[in-house]
Design a protein. Sequence first.
Length: 57
Amino acid sequence: MKTMFGIFKMKSEKEKLQSQYEKLLKEAHTLSTTNRKMSDQKTFEADEIMKKIELLD
């Protein structure tokens, strides 16, 4: 019965940050072919999130 409710488990702060980090890197990669400045901005934001993740470890 426990496993049935496992799908409703809330994401930890670290999981949320990792998800956000991956999303930003994907956006940066997509933008790299059309808008280098925005791509660099997304990469910078991703790096800032990685720093937060490292602080949680």
